[in-house]
Ligand binder design. Sequence first.
Ligand code: PEP
Ligand code: MG
Length: 887
Amino acid sequence: MSHKFLYYFTEGSEAFHGDMTQMRNILGGKGAGLAEMTAAGMPVPPGFTISTEACTLYYKEGRQINEEIQKDIFEHMKGLEKITGKTFGDINNPLLVSVRSGARQSMPGMMDTILNLGLNDASVEGLAKKTGNPRFAYDSYRRFVQMFADVVMGVPKSLFEEEIDKMKAAKGVKNDIDLTAEDLKKLVEIFKKIYEDHEHKPFPQDPKEQLIEAVKAVFRSWDNPRANVYRKMNEIPYEWGTAVNVQTMAFGNSGNRSGTGVAFTRNPATGEKELFGEYLINAQGEDVVAGIRTPSPISHLKEQMPDVYEQFVQIAQRLENHFKDMQDMEFTIEDGHLYMLQTRNGKRTATAALKIACDLVDEGMIDEEEAVLRVDPKQLDALLHPQFDADALKKATPIGRGLAASPGAACGKVVFTADDAKEWAARGEKVVLVRLETSPEDIEGMAAAQGILTVRGGMTSHAAVVARGMGACCVAGCGEIVVDYEKKQFTLGGKTIKEGDYISIDGSTGYVYDVAIPTVPATISGNFGRYMAWADKVRKLKVFTNADTPRDAKQASDFGAEGIGLCRTEHMFFEGERIKAMREMIVAETTEERKKALAKILPYQQGDFEALFEIMGERPVTIRFLDPPLHEFLPTKEEDIKEIAEEIGVTVEKLKNVIAGLHEFNPMMGHRGCRLSVTYPEIAEMQTTAVINAAINVTKKTGKKIEPRIMIPLVGEAKELKYVKDVVVATADKIIKEAGIDMKYEVGTMIEIPRAALTAGEIAKEADFFSYGTNDLTQMTFGFSRDDAGKFLDAYYDKKIYESDPFQHLDQKGVGRLVKLSAQEGKAANPNLHLGICGEHGGDPTSVEFCHFAGLDYVSCSPFRVPIARLAAAQAAIKDKRAKAAK
Ligand code: PEP
Ligand code: MG
């Protein structure tokens, strides 16, 4: 065979060569762990791993295992026969194996496992005779038929479980271990009949056929729906594939000196240094998972089998020392002999992850840099937002699912309008705001709600962006919801939920529940600050925040933001009197009228900017000029139009004409961004005045040197930027001169239109900085509307055209290429240019890593993502350093 696809893990056999990462890539996590344990002389039942590459080939060749690999599998079985002295398919002394999945990164419970493979009607008798334990032999066979039928053929599990329950009832026993050999023998017959009825062919008696079908089933399980969902949630690439481990069986079900269990070297919930786990006597692995009997805590093993316990404790310690991380181990005891079946770095809560990382440093096991790599940045979310009570969550079944748009958990009564959310919350009710989509007017209602659930919109929709900014829980784009605003109800998953009914939503998973699930508040432990300080020491990227209000700025500052990378000024226009002045500005017919309306807005803006400058002090504050199309500030409903016309003193007809005049077929590509300032330079004048006045006032008040950054959005042409910049500079310089103060300020632009990226060399000559608006840049590069893409992206994931939402994880191939190219050309034209990102990608770990490698100076993200970005930036820097050192 030209390429090696199979690797033994047997004592003395030639192991896979490579470091742990390479081993995991080829052998999968489980295979790598088995190989390492075998090499370290630990008691591991011999076996072999069929590599992840074989899985990739299986898919490439049309879901077939080619003959060469099949031949090699049987060759390796011969090797196992030699070691064990048993024969595969033998009637008297059969070799039985387990067939188990194992991807590079563990995906607990997502893929399939088959135990006791190799049994058939003849060899079960042999096994009974050889062991003198017919109960054990028939128990093993009934388990095998059950698992093979379920995993390989998709026969529903429940059919078998019902039969076991019937048998237990008939025999008047509570536990499966109380069933006799005769009972189990009968069950085998019943199970085979179920198989035959379902498959229209008898249960396969040829062990070779059983083995190949089982391996195929494990490969196939890589693509099962739950694995696909898990992969998407955890960003595990589809092309990785899973390895398959074929391992000689160790029998935990062979009597009361046997058993099976799972244990962790440290407590995975708290991180406490203590052996933590449980086991079941006379059982096989799936019993522990299925919870059919209550397992005993691992400490009981000390009394039950002291020697085995002692050996296990030592192995656990050795494994932790070897992998220098908390291990999650599976073991089986067969007639008083301990066998290790698995070891892997254990999954843990965020609190435990921080504690373990810090403890490992204190114990001298790893250094600070290594510790920084040990916590998944996304996990920090759990420390910053409330979560559902874990026990209550287990009992709840979701009725539907949308996008996990803003993390955290929320539970409250359903309301359908932002006004109701405000009112109900004001009288002390907890509410969840359910909307088709949200708009800037809903902001106060959103802030008052525990959480926000929308029917439409993607990861960069208004609801998602604003909720993340506020740190509020949000599930967006739950397209299966049918809302009836009139009746004040919605339907989802066959349930009708009315106003005032309780729902719970999980912004970290996207699930929606029709019951009240209690939440527990966020807890930041003492390790957090210490850990983040290590991260800050190594990172190169600065971390700014997107903040529009003093509250957001304060929150972000507490989380370690080093500046504001994006203040969306339009979010300041919606409250009370401001929106009125804004609307007057929009309906103005002459420049004079417009200037008069703008003059009313000026003091509000200036006040807001002063508050931001005071909080941020000498840290950079980037203020983006008005961006959205003007129609967003006008009403749509008839009654609102009437009310507002009266309020701003125009006729209803005139207001309707203005609204009609502002109508655009595609507002996202319409009259917005810098185009507003090109048509109405007085807007830029007013905003510049507000920014500069605010900076002067705060400089005078605090003695701190405020250096504002003014950011022009949606630029696509250098001359366009120059036009607006000239307005800004003329206005700013005049005010600064009049104030007699020495104040610096910068004028930069967002790069969010592909043409801007492609002409970056020209634009950079007019700009002090570029900030990548990757929400719009993604939208325009893909030609997907950021609010509508959710409708069809699922089909793209299903068909494996895209693996993830490009609005969530930066598309490095396309959009990323524009970023890199424009960063290079921009820097070449203007070496002082600084580079940042302020699209939603600025808080996404993989995108942050990209920004590091693309040579950006900073990332800017919503306040609650600041710690995530800090950690992701540190991890990128360490990876970069290590890669350079390895060269
Ligand atoms: C962007 O387009 O990435 C951006 C930050 O601007 P907005 O989301 O406000 O359009
Ligand atoms: Mg934009």
